[in-house]
Design a protein around this ligand. Sequence first.
Ligand code: SF4
Ligand code: SF4
Length: 253
Amino acid sequence: MTAARKHPVRAYGGSQHRIAKPVGRRGGVVLMPGHSAMETARTLFPSTVVHASVSPRVLIDGLNQRKIGRKVMKGKWRGFRIFTLTLEECATCPSSCKQWASCYGNNMPYARRHIGGEAFEAKLHDELAALQKRHPGGFVVRIHILGDFYSADYVQFWRDALTQFPALHVFGYTAHPPESEIGAQLLDMAVNGWDRFALRFSGAGFHSLGAETIERDEPTPHIVCPSQLNKTDCCATCALCWQSDRTIAFLRH
Ligand code: SF4
Ligand code: SF4
């Protein structure tokens, strides 16, 4: 058993290395200025974008996501099952995102991306209600593997969901600047409800509650994601994103 494998793989689902990365690429895909995907605020893979009415489910077992894992193995959310949620990148994101051209969605040709809106929110609500029943002791949603909070109403959706579903716990990141209208609402939710809404602000220059992208050899005062350093398998065995209020640094792909 390596240092990165302190827990039996079957317990948390493993790091899902069976889910292959796209091959033939070194480093992430960075779009050239003027690329149509950037200009139209769309994903590079429009055929993967689905309406909620034709999606089998919007919340996906963390087992199916490389680097997420199925069940939290440590910390205050220990034992909680993890589910992921994916929207269309760029279409739902603030154009101020500093990773707009180098979005890691550019490297995810197989992810099912959901279109935001009323039908999506209705389906998401039903699925959260079902998870509340199935996991009344707690469950986690890794919010927005791709995509972001696309409206103030959608932020309110999550505020209401946290009240309605006491077992719900959320972690993830947003590119909304904390001083923007949506960013200010999210900051309020994170600061006043971190125990269940661990949302980090990407590229905001925070020393806590932040997330920063750094180059591989760049010195940083922040904690570097241990999974990227091969010190742990996945989020399920790490838990830092919701355990620590220190900013986390991610190595650029
Ligand atoms: S907010 Fe995230 S998903 Fe959206 S463009 Fe930026 S990096 Fe991509
Ligand atoms: S710091 Fe830990 S919890 Fe956060 S993304 Fe990396 S592995 Fe996951």
